[in-house]
Design a protein around this ligand. Structure first.
Ligand code: HXC
Length: 514
């Protein structure tokens, strides 16, 4: 064979593979608002930076007529490229080829690129669009999933793992995204479920649409499986690009530095809190007021909104933020908000991102529902995550810090390095009303005018405990600061904590209340 005919042979093979499942399948894909696998990769990476590997991998299945079936690239595109000029590994399942189903060689392509990402110390971006285990390949498909889950777990806390669900992610396939750090979903496109609507119907007799069972909104708002919700694939890719600017490329690196455009906050932090301390406000205003350029990227915005988590920068460096949200259920802690914050704290700690906590909460949510849903076990995750974290931990008490909530929200007692409180902070075992009703019950009941006596006793309790000075007198908070001093106190605390060193007791690992 001449060099020219070998080149021709190569080019026609490459063209065939590049066409994936063929014209009809691609048309169907596009008609559903979906891009092709290679287009998705190119849209996420820096322009022209993608290098594809294992294009000519073929499946090995001979059963159920598979020996005569060609599956281009075995239904998954893998390779490397750059984002913001930095290397990343990426794969995208190609639904146009056998529904993106995962067989042995498909899985091997994925585990190979995951191994590269771990060795190179770079993020891996996983684009899921698949009908799940390739049914014809039987146990080999299951083996493939197991080997992916194993690597997801081993890579956890070492390199960032980002999953994007751009089609079905069915059966056991859901557990790979669930093991990764961030899951992105797109309305009307993402569908994640262990058992599909047909199985639900045949086993339980319940009719449910795929959207209501495991659509994007369900995972963004109800299950908490998704961290970012978008209305289109293009919007989702912009979210990924934004997130990646905030996070370190591996646990050995710092996040890219983006110096602020302006050193002065445009938000008037002094007037965010309402005069009446029972009134709500949006804690994100406080976060934006201290963040560089008021830029805050919220994570899991639509789920457990009584706590806010996300990333911002202070003087160009990434900071992880956790804040009670008085706008939603008064910012109370419950099962979901504890889970949400605890996992985020562990993410920040694994990747050496300092944590800033803004506190304003009445405590843990009371009630049978929460008790029976395991608020003890889930709430304990938050205590564990804060206590375990060794990154710089800075806490600002904005207003209420009552009871268990005071302890749980990164108090001095859980190892906060710096604790500041605004002058109107109320640090007590519980709110003054509740406290007065319990400890002065006899005086109130026996008074000629119980309502008047209650008011006197509430004031007495407020004067004594609902302020920051008792905690300050005990050294539990380091400084009472004015609202407008918050950014500079945080910035200074972070700056002087660059070389923070905390030695943990020797152990293989702890046993968090999973
Ligand atoms: C082999 C599959 C497949 C699969 C889809 N296809 N899923 N082939 N194994 N798991 C093929 C179809 O046969 C079809 O091939 C092509 O992909 C497109 O599929 P359609 O059904 O035509 O597409 P659509 O109507 O969009 O429906 C998509 C779907 C549906 C909802 C994902 O295909 C589906 O329900 N698939 C099965 C989902 C599932 O139950 N998976 C779990 C597997 S068990 P042709 O040749 O006709 O184009 C599992 C356990 C893993 O995953 C456990 C690990 C721990």
């Amino acid at each position: 064979m001449s060099i020219a005919s070998r080149l021709f042979d190569f080019l026609s093979k490459k063209k065939k593979v590049s066409e994936g499942g063929g014209e009809e399948a691609i048309k169907k894909q596009i008609s559903m608002g979906k891009m092709t696998a290679r287009d998705r990769i190119n849209a996420i990476l820096d322009e022209g930076s993608f290098y594809e590997y294992d294009m000519f991998v073929e499946h090995k299945c001979e059963d159920f007529g598979m020996n005569s079936k060609e599956l281009p690239a075995d239904g998954v595109i893998t390779g490397t490229g750059t984002m913001f000029g930095q290397p990343v590994c990426i794969y995208a399942q190609d639904f146009t080829v056998a529904g993106g189903s995962l067989g042995l060689m498909h899985a091997r392509k994925i585990t190979k690129i995951m191994d590269h990402a771990i060795k190179l110390g770079v993020p891996i971006i996983c684009i899921n669009d698949s009908g799940g285990a390739r049914i014809q390949e039987g146990v080999n498909s299951l083996a493939g999933y197991g080997e992916i889950f194993f690597r997801n777990t081993r890579a956890s806390g070492v390199i960032p793992q980002i999953s994007v669900i751009l089609g079905p992610c069915a059966g056991g396939a859901v557990y790979s995204p669930a093991l990764t750090d961030f899951v992105f979903v797109v309305d009307n496109i993402s569908k994640m479920f262990i058992t599909g609507p047909e199985v639900v119907k045949s086993v339980l007799g319940e009719e449910i649409s795929m959207e209501d069972l495991g659509g994007a909104k369900i995972h963004a708002e109800v299950t908490g499986n998704a961290h970012f919700f978008a209305n289109s694939e293009a919007e989702s890719f912009e979210q990924i690009k934004r997130l990646i600017t905030f996070i370190p490329w591996s646990n050995r690196k710092k996040a890219l530095k983006f110096p602020p455009k302006s050193k002065v906050s445009q938000i008037d932090i002094q007037n965010i809190l309402p005069q009446d301390s029972t009134q709500p406000y949006d804690v994100r205003d406080v976060i934006r007021a201290v963040a560089d350029d008021a830029d805050f990227m919220e994570v899991q915005e639509l789920w457990a909104a009584n706590i806010v988590i996300g990333f911002c920068r202070i003087n160009g460096d990434t900071i992880g933020i956790i804040g009670n949200q008085p706008l939603v259920m008064a910012g109370v802690l419950d099962v979901d908000s504890s889970d949400k914050a605890a996992r985020f704290i562990r993410y920040c700690d694994a990747f050496n991102i300092p944590i800033v906590t803004f506190v304003d909460l009445p405590g843990y949510m009371p009630g049978v529902d929460q008790e029976h849903a395991g608020v003890i076990r889930h709430g304990a995750k938050l205590l564990y995550a804060y206590s375990e974290a060794t990154v710089p931990k800075i806490t600002v008490i904005l207003r209420k810090a009552y009871g268990g909530g005071y302890i749980a929200m990164c108090s001095r007692h859980l190892g906060a390095d710096f604790v500041f409180a605004w002058p109107n902070a109320e640090i007590a075992v519980m709110g003054p009303e509740g406290a007065a009703n319990i400890i002065f019950r006899k005086e109130i009941m026996s008074a000629k005018n119980p309502d008047e006596m209650r008011k006197i006793k509430v004031k007495e309790y407020t004067d004594k405990f609902s302020n920051p000075y008792v905690a300050a007198a005990n050294g539990y908070i380091d400084a009472v600061i004015k609202a407008e001093e918050t950014r500079s106190y945080i910035a200074h605390s972070i700056e002087i904590s660059q070389d923070k060193l905390e030695v943990m007791p020797t152990k293989k690992h702890g046993i968090p209340p999973f």
